[in-house]
Design a protein around this ligand. Structure first.
Ligand code: PGA
Length: 267
């Protein structure tokens, strides 16, 4: 079965003790789901205390942002080198809240992608249009622009890049739940841009969806949009919520029924 990606961005939430407990919970969950790549992105403050060597391979812990320089006079910033030092498995770049609340530009994101790649950090690149861009009918153009600029000069190495489609209008409290057809179209547009750039190699890049994912809508997202995984905020911030969304998503996977049957029929 294809690998399924399932993770949560904790944003500016959770103490060190809470993140430690969450990682412990993921370590236990990972054994039951060897075909699922689980990941969380806690705040920087919690990354330093995690011991990478104790995590199973299908649990990643990563950062929500970084600076593009390896070091320098950038007060308050953190570099790819520092994240690698802490044992981070990946870094998310270009999240909508970085772009729209902190004014991050596509070319800054490109510099960050380049820097992460140089250091050998896996990148989760977020792209997505605003509500007014969607209304103007330029979603495809915006996704292409964000991807082409951010990935300029990046050559895909297997397992080094993931892309998350995160429409700005769907994210967070007050976000509008996306229809599966809307996600499917954007995901196809993202794959087309990657394929135009890298040909067949682009097929190895997982494309995830994020934005108001819940245990109730995730089944349709998994079945009808062609995504390789889900990237969840609020609904997955508790262990119970994380498990509920994950299980509902896995139940919706096409081959899941067979898998459950074969398990049940085993003596
Ligand atoms: P949400 O957040 O699931 O709470 O909408 C998603 C995100 O920001 O990645």
């Amino acid at each position: 079965m294809e690998r399924f990606y399932f993770g949560s961005n904790f944003k500016m939430h959770k103490t060190l003790a809470e993140v430690r407990a969450f990682v412990q919970f993921l370590n236990e969950l990972a054994g039951a789901h060897p075909d699922v790549q689980l990941f969380i992105l806690p705040p920087f403050t919690a990354l330093g205390a995690l011991d990478g060597s104790r995590r199973p391979g299908n649990v990643w812990v990563g950062a929500q942002n970084m600076h593009w320089a390896a070091e320098g006079a950038y007060t308050g910033e953190i570099s790819a080198l520092m994240l690698r030092d802490l044992g981070a498995d990946l870094v998310m770049l270009g999240h909508a809240e970085r772009r729209h609340k902190f004014g991050e530009t596509d070319s800054e994101i490109q510099r960050k992608v380049e820097s992460a790649a140089e250091i050998g950090l896996r990148v989760l690149l977020c792209v997505g249009e605003t509500a007014s861009q969607r209304q103007s009918g330029v979603t495809g153009e915006i996704l292409a622009l964000q991807l082409k600029i951010a990935l300029q000069g990046f050559s895909p190495q297997p397992d080094r890049l993931l892309v998350a489609y995160e429409p700005v209008w769907a994210i967070g409290k007050g976000g509008r739940e996306a229809a599966p057809e809307e996600i499917a179209l954007s995901v196809a547009q993202i794959r087309a841009v990657l394929a135009a750039q890298w040909g067949e190699a682009a097929g190895a890049v997982p494309v995830l969806y994020g934005g108001s994912v819940t245990k109730d809508n995730c089944g349709a997202y998994v079945r009808e949009t062609g995504v390789d995984g889900l990237f969840v905020g609020r609904a997955a911030w508790t262990q119970q919520g994380f498990t509920a969304v994950l299980e509902a998503a896995l139940d919706a996977r096409p081959s899941q029924g067979n898998r459950i049957q074969s398990k049940v029929s085993r003596p």
